[in-house]
Write a protein that binds this ligand. Structure first.
Ligand code: NOJ
Length: 535
């Protein structure tokens, strides 16, 4: 059923990365009470919902995306009662709460995997995972892990298990009814606690092609699917859809519009739209939009295609520029247009033009927030935070750094704890100066208390934009392209981004409501600026 008035269709959803949002107890690791204490800030910013990356018990080999118990809270982050309090407080403020669900793999410390290792080949315990015999000491096939190296690990008894990600993240066997039943129960566990939805990790990976045929191309999750090539045997298999249909039925039993959001790196766009058909998920992250270069024809093409394909299935389109897996957009946009996708940035790598990156990031955000549909923000982007591009390698925790043989710096640079107060220890992240990843020495200028109430600050830009977006119903509107510059109408607003080096005139009579940077002395829109104007 298509819910046209549902809350999520135009929601702005703010991603909280629990490790790095706010630390209440001073151990250098963010936690649930820290998040709860800062929720009023998110209300003030003007978002509709928060999505929390995993906070479940986990050995933290992949920052919590290696889940050892799907029904609890890791002591690092608090206890189950803290999750209940967070949900209640958020609801009290009118904020929805989406939690992360990681169904493709468990942690190797999950009781099921321990039992599988102990029970040995041929046992029902091994049937919950993907164990196979190798041939002549070689793994069962040529699949590579997304983080680098073989996707197979040999156990002491000689069998191998599949891990598309880290060796500590064995893939579950979704052909096993026990696995399916378990996740239906996990959904109910959190729905009963009041969560408003789930962001589904690696939603395109659960089902593998039955023969586990060799695949010699890289199995990178980002850009791993070449739309022109043969379909990869580990991604986007037809069988995933019946799983989501069964989940949808569970969600629909609950009141209030609970949602499923697909993290699916799938191409082309019409394949992705299949995840948000009326009886499956509600939303899917729009990664082609995130990956589009700062270039008008590419952006216009991806906007048009996104709106069109989602329309064919009655789904809402989503937009996103940053998350915990990619280089922050304030940094990405500080590199020359056409720079290939970066897997982290290290001190010896070419450094971005920080001022240009922030200028373009602010323009990109205003463009995104003017589009109809739902938008995802990643914590810290409202402060204009850049990537930590000079972190010493000794601090890196992302498994991709080691597994890629140091070819990829990994994702730590976008996961650095937030600066709240310029002059406090750990910039107010917590009560001590401890933070699990080092914060750059230059971050005082990004702190929230340096931006609140300061005209023109990035935080005020986001807050004003979110208010106007709501007031003008932009999330429920439509895009009508205008001739000439890169400009479209959405309702009573004209949205114009200047991608050229020369200033651009606004149409006669346009009254500027918001601009990502000041206009020039003649009232023209300078380079790399987005304007919202009333016509
Ligand atoms: C996608 C998550 O966003 C990422 O952080 C994680 O490493 C992989 N899935 C594996 O769970």
């Amino acid at each position: 059923m298509v819910h046209t008035d549902a809350w999520w269709r135009d929601a702005v959803i703010y991603q909280v990365y629990p490790r790095s949002f706010a630390d209440s107890d001073g151990d250098g690791m963010g936690d649930l009470p820290g998040i709860t204490g800062r929720l009023p800030h998110l209300k003030e910013l003007g978002v509709d919902a928060v999505w929390l990356s995993p906070f479940y018990p986990s050995p933290q080999h992949d920052a919590g995306y290696d889940v050892a118990d799907y029904r609890g809270v890791d002591p690092l982050f608090g206890e189950l009662g803290d999750a209940d309090k967070l949900i209640a407080e958020a609801h009290g403020l009118g904020l929805k709460v989406i939690v992360d669900l990681v169904p493709n793999h468990t942690s190797n410390e999950h009781e099921w995997f321990r039992a599988a290792l102990a029970a040995g080949p041929g046992s029902p315990e091994r049937e919950r995972y993907i164990f196979r015999d190798g041939t002549g000491g070689e793994p069962p096939n040529s699949w590579q892990s997304v983080f680098g190296g073989s996707a197979w690990e040999r156990t002491p008894d000689g069998q191998w298990y599949l891990h598309l990600f880290d060796v500590s993240q064995p893939d579950l066997n979704w052909d096993n009814p026990e696995v399916r039943a378990e996740f239906l129960d996990i959904l109910r566990f959190w729905l009963d606690r009041g969560v408003d939805g789930f962001r589904v990790d690696v939603a395109h990976g659960l089902v593998k092609e039955a023969s586990l045929a060799d695949w010699t191309q890289p199995s990178q999750i980002l850009g791993g699917i070449d739309p022109a090539g043969p379909p990869p045997p580990m991604w986007d298999q037809e069988g995933v859809h019946e799983i989501y249909r069964s989940w949808r039925q569970v969600l629909d039993e609950y009141p209030g519009g609970r949602v499923l959001v697909a993290e699916a790196w799938v191409a082309p766009a019409d394949r992705l739209a299949r995840y948000v058909r009326p009886d499956e998920m509600h939303q899917a992250f729009n990664f082609p939009y995130l990956e589009a270069p700062w270039e008008p024809s590419a952006l216009r093409a991806v906007i048009d295609e996104s709106l069109e394909v989602n329309n064919t299935v009655g789904a809402t389109t989503t937009w996103v520029l940053s998350n915990h897996d990619v280089v922050r957009h304030a940094t990405r946009l500080g590199y020359p247009v056409g720079t290939p996708r970066m897997h982290g940035v290290g001190a010896e790598d070419p450094q971005p033009d920080t001022a240009l990156g922030l200028r373009r990031a602010r323009a990109a955000t205003l463009l995104m927030l003017a589009l109809p549909g739902s938008a995802y923000l990643y914590q810290g982007e409202e402060l204009g935070l850049p990537e930590h591009t000079t972190m010493a390698d000794e601090f890196r925790e992302d498994p991709a750094w080691e597994r890629s043989g140091h070819a990829e710096r990994g994702r730590d640079g976008c996961r650095v704890p937030l600066p709240w107060e310029a002059d406090a220890p750990s910039y107010g992240f917590g009560p001590t100066d401890s933070s699990w990843l080092p914060q750059p020495a230059t971050w005082a200028e990004y702190a929230l208390d340096r931006q609140q109430g300061v005209a023109g600050s990035t935080w005020e830009l986001y807050r004003t934009a979110l208010g106007l977006r709501r007031e003008h119903g932009l999330g429920r509107g439509s895009v009508t392209w205008q001739d000439g510059s890169f400009a479209f109408r959405n309702g009573d607003l004209l949205v114009l981004t200047n991608f050229t080096a020369e200033p651009v005139e606004l149409p006669a009579g346009a009254r500027v409501l918001l601009s990502s940077e000041p206009l020039d002395g003649d009232g023209r829109v300078p380079a790399d600026v987005t304007v919202w104007a009333h016509l």
